[in-house]
Design a protein around this ligand. Structure first.
Ligand code: APR
Length: 312
């Protein structure tokens, strides 16, 4: 039998989100981790610091930091968090031009070195950056996926659990559409202990929680002057685990739509089966007229941003 090797996870961007993701992945022993950044010394320092936590926390994972993409070769997963993050008053679209160049360059540097990898994109504006990574990698659509819905729905779940005063473990929720202010929290598909939340909370309260979810990222930017990173990175770690352990989880992710939900050629948040082969299936739901209109409006926003990208 060939020696069994640990999985290899490359995380590009060793900033707030990338480094915290490395922490979650190491603690969960999902594989060996390579942290890459343009800043010299920083990924090396953070990797060494995290590695030195291993004896205390008892995890077996090799954590390395580098500025050299050669060290990312043969990764099973490439997570792209590299980019500029939002400052107060900035929309995700303001980041478009800056992050387009970064995500394209990063994808071109990593994808050929790990041709079998699954790419998970986190850089905003998310749905558009997924298209950039998809085009620049030449990977099939199942192997490029974006983190958006896991974060948006964990925010919705948190607010529902806080409002009801119940364990977040018992709350499930679904958020569709683009990862922007026009995202579509799906009240009808949100439950606490298997009970539809519409049976447990008045309509006005649900509407308040929906609005708070839509602006959940902005609320944090306004409080601390920079983007959230704990929940976003935890959401990615869940996706990494779903792929590397072939768990076939049903998670809301940004996937390339080719006819599903009446959309073609854009990434948008939909429920997918996430497993060893990446996005193994897109699950199509029947939407009410109101939900469909909200989903289509959200997809229009994604399409408009996509049209602002330079050709090629
Ligand atoms: N190659 C590699 N790393 C890069 C590059 C590049 N070309 N350009 C920038 N970086 C690195 C930065 O040096 C920085 O360390 O990306 C890192 C980004 O980290 P932060 O600024 O801390 O941003 P973070 O909060 O982690 O957010 C990253 O995720 O949630 C999204 O909107 C957020 O797009 C943003 C991304």
């Amino acid at each position: 039998m060939a020696p069994i090797k640990r999985h290899k996870i490359t995380i590009v961007g060793a900033g707030a989100t990338g480094a915290t993701l490395a922490h979650w992945c190491a603690a969960k022993e999902l594989g060996d981790i390579v942290l890459v950044d343009v800043v010299e010394g920083m990924p090396q320092g953070k990797a060494l610091d995290l590695q030195q936590a291993a004896p205390v926390e008892g995890f077996d994972a090799r954590v390395t930091g580098t500025n050299d993409y050669a060290e990312t070769a043969d990764s099973d997963i490439i997570v792209i968090t590299a980019g500029a993050a939002r400052k107060p008053g900035m929309s995700r679209d303001d980041l478009l031009g800056i992050n387009y160049k970064i995500v394209k360059a990063v994808t071109e540097a990593t994808a050929p070195r790990s041709p079998e990898a699954v790419i998970i994109v986190l850089t905003n504006p998310l749905d558009v950056m997924c298209s950039v990574a998809h085009r620049a990698s030449g990977f099939p659509r199942n192997r490029v996926v974006g983190q958006s819905g896991v974060l948006d729905s964990t925010r919705f779940r948190t607010f529902i659990a806080m409002e009801l005063g119940v364990s977040c473990e018992d709350v499930t929720a679904l958020v569709l559409g683009g990862h922007g202010d026009s995202m579509v929290p799906m009240v009808r598909y949100s439950y606490a202990g298997g009970i539809p939340i519409e049976r447990l909370l008045p309509r006005e309260t649900i509407e308040r929680l929906v609005e708070r979810t839509r602006f959940g990222g902005g609320e944090i930017v306004n409080l601390m002057g920079s983007s959230a990173f704990y929940a976003p990175s935890a959401a990615v770690a869940q996706m990494v685990e779903a792929v590397l352990r072939d768990r076939k989880r049903i998670l809301p992710c940004a996937a390339l739509l080719e006819g599903e939900y009446g959309q073609r050629g854009i990434f948008a948040g939909v429920p997918v089966v996430l497993g060893g082969d990446g996005v193994e299936r897109v699950i199509e739901l029947d939407l009410t007229n109101e939900e469909r209109a909200a989903f289509e409006a959200s997809c229009r926003d994604v399409r408009e941003s996509l049209a602002k990208l330079p050709a090629g």
